[in-house]
Design a protein around this ligand. Structure first.
Ligand code: XMP
Length: 305
């Protein structure tokens, strides 16, 4: 474990020296990693940093509002409303890697527009150690590692947390007085709810996924999982009233992990699982079934795509 206080001082100095009088941008996702990197860089260079939050429409319930509130102290914060453009870009795509690619491409387009507008020479990124390892092994493409550096001809890439593990990042976040909810928040993937939807991403599936993830996060908070989620994995027959319906199947997953590279499915009690089932099916009449995923990583991954 790194010494957090000296890590922060050191990185603030490093960033200020490297960026000098130039401008920098960072893609702020609202996750622990990019939030911490943005807060660190903002300490170092203030409004020379433009944090860019792209509302892809693939984010968790209330996320955009929360970002706006948490980072309200940064005058340079930009919130880009891009939901419709992302849904268009994803239309008709079912292959997992193609989905990630389409999201990455659209994201780059949105980000590039702002980076050019503010004349940014530096790119700050919240890359952490496991991102680099998994990308090297090409287990799956992480859009927070590839792509962005090629957008604009940046003079430099600043990755203050490239050697940290997730739990170390949380320590840093806490020390930077990021709101508790950010410091404690479960990790959330860059491509958002799209990797929790099997097949094409549609507005309807997104609505089911968003509500179900909200229920799961709320109900499992006491179990303190490393990450808990819900995914829309297909359709199956169910009964609503007197009718047979063909409704959505939602898989619930809750895992314990240190760094996301391996994970254990959590032993969640029956009552909690039933409460989750009842809320998800009750709040959305198009959900026919709720399943609990008991698979560890490996052989499964944490996300569904
Ligand atoms: P998997 O599904 O590979 O996920 O077991 C491991 C951890 O990484 C997160 N994840 C991502 N994070 N961009 C991210 O920033 C991504 O593209 C991405 N894909 C997965 C996942 O939520 C888990 O914490």
């Amino acid at each position: 474990m790194v010494d957090v206080d000296s890590f922060i001082d050191e990185k603030i100095d490093e960033i200020a020296t490297e960026v000098g009088d130039a401008n920098a941008v960072i893609a702020l996702s609202g996750g622990v990693d990019s939030s911490t990197a943005a807060a660190l860089a903002y300490e170092a260079i203030g409004d020379q940093l433009t944090p860019v939050y792209v509302d892809t429409g693939l984010m968790r319930k209330g996320e955009t509002e929360q970002i706006a509130e948490t980072f309200d102290y940064m005058d340079s914060l930009r919130i880009v409303e891009a939901k419709d453009r992302f849904l268009d870009a994803l239309s008709g795509i079912t292959d997992p890697e193609e989905k990630r690619h389409a999201i990455g491409e659209q994201f780059i387009r949105e980000f590039e527009t702002v980076a050019r507008e503010v004349d940014a020479d530096y790119l700050v990124q919240g890359t952490i150690y496991p991102d680099r390892i998994e990308s090297e092994g090409t287990i799956k493409s992480h859009h927070n590692v590839g792509g962005l550096p090629d957008v604009v001809d940046f003079e430099g890439i600043v990755e203050p947390m490239r050697d940290l593990y997730k739990d170390e990042v949380r320590e840093v976040a806490r020390d930077l007085d990021l709101e508790a909810i950010i410091a404690e928040r479960m990790p959330f993937p860059g491509p958002g709810l799209a990797v929790r939807i099997i097949g094409e991403v549609t507005e309807e599936k997104l609505g089911v996924a968003r509500e179900a993830n909200h229920v799961v996060e709320e109900e499992l908070e006491e179990h303190d999982p490393w990450q808990a989620l819900a995914a829309v994995i297909g359709k199956a027959t169910g009964v609503k009233g007197d009718n047979r319906v063909h409704g959505w199947v939602v898989a619930v997953r809750s895992v314990e992990s240190r760094d996301g590279m391996t994970a254990r499915a959590q032993n969640v009690d029956w009552e909690t699982l039933q409460r989750i089932q009842s809320r998800i099916t009750g709040e959305n009449e198009n959900v026919a079934r709720v399943l609990y995923d008991v698979t560890h990583k490996p052989p499964a991954t944490i996300e569904y795509e």
